[in-house]
Design a protein around this ligand. Structure first.
Ligand code: PMP
Length: 367
């Protein structure tokens, strides 16, 4: 579209996309206004952080306030143990957004291209484009999985990074883990593969879907995780990547990895990792609220993309901006994306009350 093209060339820096019809319809108002009754636009966990995290944070503050190095080392040790790698394979960041950005900075010092699905979570792609790289989007398959053959074909001599988001945002869909494993294993012998697993924990048998074992086996794969989703710590800002020690060193040689971290958040993250009962509870509440929402929306005649995450995506039958405004005026924040000129609503899974309120407002706005 014209606005997209204009955005792509601002300051003559942003590089064009090879071809994508996907973009976010940006609201003309503030979705995070305090008056909002149901904030369903950022895929936050409505229950978190867990009571043990809240206590750990209070205790951490009462211990004084030093830089985060020691707490970071403690959390890195725990993550390394959990993921079956060494501490040199781990880097923490204030949210995985920060790590997506840092990986983009070291991957695109001189242009090149980034291959990903289309639609995908755009953070690393936007940074890559701002640095002068070109986005090579590869459409998802008809069942919203990554088109791994198509992605393989899109890789060329200028490809500096492959980005895979699994489960994918904004579609909520997954890609078969055996096929993805094979793809990452093959592709990473040529180009580093970044696998964003922000929503992994919402999957049943989640560990079997993770690509982290490829890192343990020596592949040039970078796996990203976050405490913002199932852990309910979005505002506390902690995420991490697991990658080859040389990849981690290529970032930490340039930036001190622990300076941007908050020591109280690190203490909270440690406590959250231990609180498996809370994580289990969040997953099960997410499943039941998602089931309710999908049934309600489906019964109204909409086709919801099967979701494995803490949000769902479905096409709507009205103007995207008008829909978003109508919802906003009733205190409900959601996001709207355009895929091939079709507006889609992405709604985060909130509490059951929020889901009921969403359905009530949705019926009113679309009537
Ligand atoms: N990756 C994906 C796929 C996401 O959806 C998000 C948050 N919306 C992030 C990364 C970034 O999350 P955070 O910076 O809070 O870790």
């Amino acid at each position: 579209t014209a606005p997209q093209l204009a955005k792509a060339f601002i300051g003559n820096v942003w590089q064009p996309t090879v071809k994508s019809t996907f973009y976010e319809i940006t609201p003309t108002f503030n979705l995070d206004e305090p008056r909002m009754l149901a904030r369903l636009s950022a895929n936050e966990n409505p229950y978190g952080p867990s009571p043990t995290v809240r206590t750990a944070i209070k205790d951490a503050i009462s211990l004084g306030n030093r830089y985060a190095h020691r707490d970071a080392a403690e959390l890195i040790e725990l993550i390394a143990e959990k993921e079956g790698v060494s501490t040199k394979h781990i880097m923490l960041g204030p949210g995985s957004s920060d790590l997506l950005e840092k990986v983009a900075f070291v991957s695109f010092p001189a242009g090149g291209n980034i291959v990903s699905a289309d639609p995908a979570y755009m953070s690393i792609i936007s940074t890559a484009r701002a640095l002068g790289a070109i986005w090579k989007p590869v459409k998802l398959t008809a069942d919203y999985a990554h088109d791994l053959n198509g992605m393989k074909e899109a890789i060329d001599a200028d490809t500096k990074l492959i980005y895979v988001c699994n489960p994918n945002n904004p579609t909520g869909s997954i890609t078969n883990s055996d096929q993805l494993h094979q793809f990452c294993s093959d592709a990473s012998s040529k180009v580093p593969v970044f696998v964003d697993e922000a929503y992994l924990e919402f999957l049943d048998d989640s560990q079997s879907h993770s690509m982290v074992n490829l890192v343990a086996d020596g592949a040039d794969v970078i796996v990203a995780r976050t405490f913002s989703k199932i852990h309910g710590m979005a505002g506390l800002r902690i995420g991490y990547i697991v990658a080859q020690p040389e990849r981690i060193a290529s970032i930490t040689d340039k930036v001190r990895s622990t300076m941007g971290l908050c020591s109280t958040s690190l203490k909270g993250a440690l406590a959250s990792f231990m609180d498996e009962a809370f994580l289990h509870e969040c997953k099960s509440l997410n499943s039941s609220c998602r089931k309710y929402l999908v049934e309600e929306i489906t019964s109204l005649g909409y086709e919801v993309i099967p979701s494995y995450t803490s949000f769902v995506l479905f096409p709507i039958a009205m103007n995207g901006q008008a829909f978003m405004k109508g919802m906003y005026e009733e205190g409900v924040s959601i996001r709207v994306f355009s895929i091939e000129d079709q507006p889609f609503c992405r709604v985060s899974i909130g509490t059951m009350e929020e889901m009921e309120y969403f359905v009530e407002v949705f019926k009113k706005v679309t009537a």
